[in-house]
Design a protein around this ligand. Structure first.
Ligand code: CU
Length: 154
């Protein structure tokens, strides 16, 4: 009986711990696949920078990006660039839903993660962590590659 109880506990532990360690990875988390996070180098400037990536929901459930954090800047927000009356404007997006089978691109002229007041300039070749918080998947830390001024070459 004692042995059975112990194996049940181990089973429960195994069931729960992978979720925590999965959150540290860069890709598959609760069906979310996050690929190629990148940001352009900023020269000597620390005013702002934008992070781009691709988020694919390969799971069966709708999820939402509800927060983004990083030590790389004082303020980190999800933004959407939209053209209004011929002028490109950026809007803060507080919750960004990603439906099953949806492939959401964060790209120049669209969604991006805005870093405002950088801790230090972004230098080409640097890699820094950013944590995305999803309603269902929880915290997912990705590593952003700083590219040259041309951006990520496909
Ligand atoms: Cu922005």
């Amino acid at each position: 009986m004692k042995k059975l109880l112990l194996s049940t506990l181990i089973l429960i532990a195994n069931f729960y711990t992978p979720a925590a360690s999965m959150h540290e990875g860069d890709d598959h988390v609760h069906g979310l696949e996050i690929s190629q996070p990148w940001a352009r180098q900023t020269g000597n400037r620390t005013v702002s920078a934008a992070i781009y990536m691709n988020v694919a929901n390969k799971g069966a459930f709708l999820d939402q990006l509800i927060d983004v954090t990083s030590d790389a800047a004082e303020r980190v927000q999800v933004h959407q660039s939209l053209e209004q009356d011929g002028i490109m404007r950026m809007h803060h997006v507080s919750a960004l839903p990603i439906a099953p089978n949806e492939n959401l691109a964060f790209e120049p002229g669209g969604y991006h993660i805005m870093l405002t007041r950088l801790a230090s300039p972004l230098k080409e070749g640097d890699i820094f962590p950013v944590t995305l918080t999803f309603e269902k998947a929880g915290d997912v830390t990705v590593h952003v590659l700083v590219t040259g001024i041309a951006g990520l070459q496909e």
